[in-house]
Design a protein around this ligand. Structure first.
Ligand code: SAH
Length: 363
């Protein structure tokens, strides 16, 4: 295990505020150790949006810290709400000028999910995904990842809906920013802080095998989702170039080890692309691939991007689902949300147009 979450938060908060360390910041303002707990708790658990609203702190300290210790690494630049009001997409600016997006979804079943980014851009260039098209910018820090959850949790709270789930399905490949993602998970998970149970957190990977192996050894209960999207190497490599590096056999072996080590169910994501990977033969091949216990397939309706793919017909998706079911594979079809504001899976992409129309606002 790494440092306690409180210390991760403080050291990153201090650095983001221009101090070399938490000790240097504390030295500069001369407050005792217990203030560290108070401030961390207020930010991470009570979702305070700044020092000013932490009324347990003396006014003088609040005033002095207000400018020295901003409570977010993110500047909300633009916000879009879907026509049905269930999905909110927020464009955030980062220090250094990069931009990321995160999405808040209110599901019909009462859950409220935050879909957050782990990298600005993505290096993997999956053929169907909008994020990969603009390339990789940089890794996010644990605090930048955590601050997305806080910003969305505050928005959910104003509607009286606590955040119930977090998915790493925004921009980027979480396992190519492994340490920061795990620190962010520790922050999200901390009972003294944000307090979201690990079982309510899902990390989605395009198939970075060493990341899956490392996760086996963490002893944490987060959910693992694997973006499979094709049942054979030829097709998968065409859709996801990462398959050259870690072909399906090595991916499935790592997943089997993960299941054996954790006894946790693995979720497979399978995009339904018209005439590409949605034939009955693909379903049968997929079922053969998934032999063994503890798995669940999510069929994902493709969301339009600039790429030359088309969503499969509903009847084709149903048939695909039936074939998997007949072969004993637990399978559901993912509900698409936020397509009208380009907030659906794989549509997150920061382009010049959205950045130019941005309105400066704090998160
Ligand atoms: N890099 C990680 C997480 C980010 S993508 C991963 O690959 O899993 C989250 C999910 O959205 C992945 O399953 C991805 O394949 C899927 N996705 C990408 N583009 C999509 C699109 N246009 N429509 C629907 N899902 C898409």
């Amino acid at each position: 295990m790494g440092a306690p979450p409180r210390d991760i938060w403080w050291s990153q908060r201090a650095r983001a505020s221009g101090y070399a360390s938490e000790a240097e910041l504390r030295g500069a303002f001369g407050f005792p150790d217990y203030r560290l707990n108070q401030i961390y708790r207020a930010a991470a658990k009570e979702l305070a949006d700044g020092i000013d609203s932490i009324t347990v702190l003396p006014t003088v300290l609040r005033r002095r810290l207000a400018h020295a210790l901003p409570f977010t690494t993110l500047a909300a630049r633009h916000e879009a709400v879907s026509a049905d009001g269930q999905t909110t997409k927020v464009l955030f600016g980062l220090a250094g000028g990069q931009e990321i997006e995160a999405v808040l979804m209110r599901h019909r079943n009462g859950r409220t999910t935050a879909c957050i980014s782990s990298q600005a851009g993505c290096a993997l260039k999956c053929d169907f995904c909008a994020t990969g098209q603009s390339g990789f910018r940089r890794n996010l820090t644990a605090l930048e990842i955590f601050d997305q959850a806080l910003a969305l949790a505050r928005r959910a709270r104003t509607r009286g809906e606590p955040l119930t789930n977090i998915v790493f399905m925004g921009m980027g490949e979480p396992f190519l920013n492994y340490d920061a993602v795990m620190d962010a998970v520790a922050l999200l998970n901390d009972p003294k802080g944000f307090g979201l149970g690990a079982r309510h957190i899902t990390i989605s990977t395009a198939g970075v095998v060493p990341g899956i192996r490392r996760l086996c050894s963490e002893g944490i209960q987060v959910n693992l989702a694997v973006s499979l999207h094709a049942p054979d190497d030829l097709l998968r490599t065409k859709l996801m170039p990462i398959n050259k590096r870690w072909p399906i056999a090595s991916l499935m072996e790592a997943v089997r080890e993960y299941v054996a080590a954790t006894r946790r169910k693995v979720f497979y994501e399978y995009l339904m692309l018209d005439g590409c990977n949605d034939r009955p033969a693909d379903a049968r091949q997929l079922a053969d691939l998934l032999g063994g216990p503890l798995h669940h397939v999510n069929l994902i309706p493709y969301n339009a991007t600039d790429a030359a793919y088309v969503r499969s017909d509903e009847a084709v998706v149903r048939r695909f689902q039936e074939i998997l079911r007949e072969r004993g594979v637990p399978v559901t079809v993912r509900q698409t949300m936020g397509a009208d504001i380009a907030a659906a899976c794989g549509q997150l992409r920061v382009d010049r147009a959205s950045a130019a129309g941005a309105v400066a606002r704090s998160s």
